[in-house]
Design a protein. Structure first.
Length: 157
């Protein structure tokens, strides 16, 4: 069912990571005096778990994702349960600037990849062919690693 419902699946590849880094840099860091180039290297970084590429940040990163403007949608994000970090990941998931989810993820065993679904409100996709999905770390926090992202039709059977 997930495959049939998918509008677009984004595997977090090196090319997608580079695009996310560029999007982060072009949008700019909010810290005064920090050049965007430095921000993308220091505050956001690629990572790899069990050979699978991912992305995490101490600030934020974002992806442009297609949607079907005529159908209700969900965002499906793949996380990893055993990342190497000391503190829980605490962050928001935003679509076009509005929070659609909030997570506080602890490391857990056994190590596994898992998906979490977030409903995208209809008013955020109506008349649009794509949305901006942003992972925003809480103040002093970090996002969890994102290892996959897809938009799906919420009404698919």
């Amino acid at each position: 069912m997930l495959k049939e419902a998918t509008v677009r699946k984004g595997v977090v590849t090196s090319a997608l990571l580079a695009l996310a880094l560029c999007h982060h840099a072009l949008a700019g860091a909010t810290d005064p005096g920090v050049k965007a180039f430095e921000a993308k290297l220091v505050r956001a970084r690629p990572l790899r778990s069990e050979g699978r590429p991912g992305r995490m940040a101490r600030s934020w990163f974002s992806f442009e994702m297609p949607v079907d403007p005529a159908r209700p949608a969900k965002l499906v994000v793949t996380y990893y349960s055993a990342e190497r970090r000391r503190d829980p990941a605490h962050f928001e998931i935003q679509v076009n600037g509005r929070r659609i989810g909030q997570e506080q993820l602890q490391n857990s065993e056994p190590a596994r990849f898992f998906d979490v679904e977030y409903a995208i409100p209809a008013d955020l996709i109506g008349g649009k062919e794509k949305v901006t999905v942003r992972f925003q770390a809480a103040e002093g926090g970090v996002t969890a690693g994102v290892y996959g992202i897809r938009t799906i039709r919420a009404d698919a059977q």
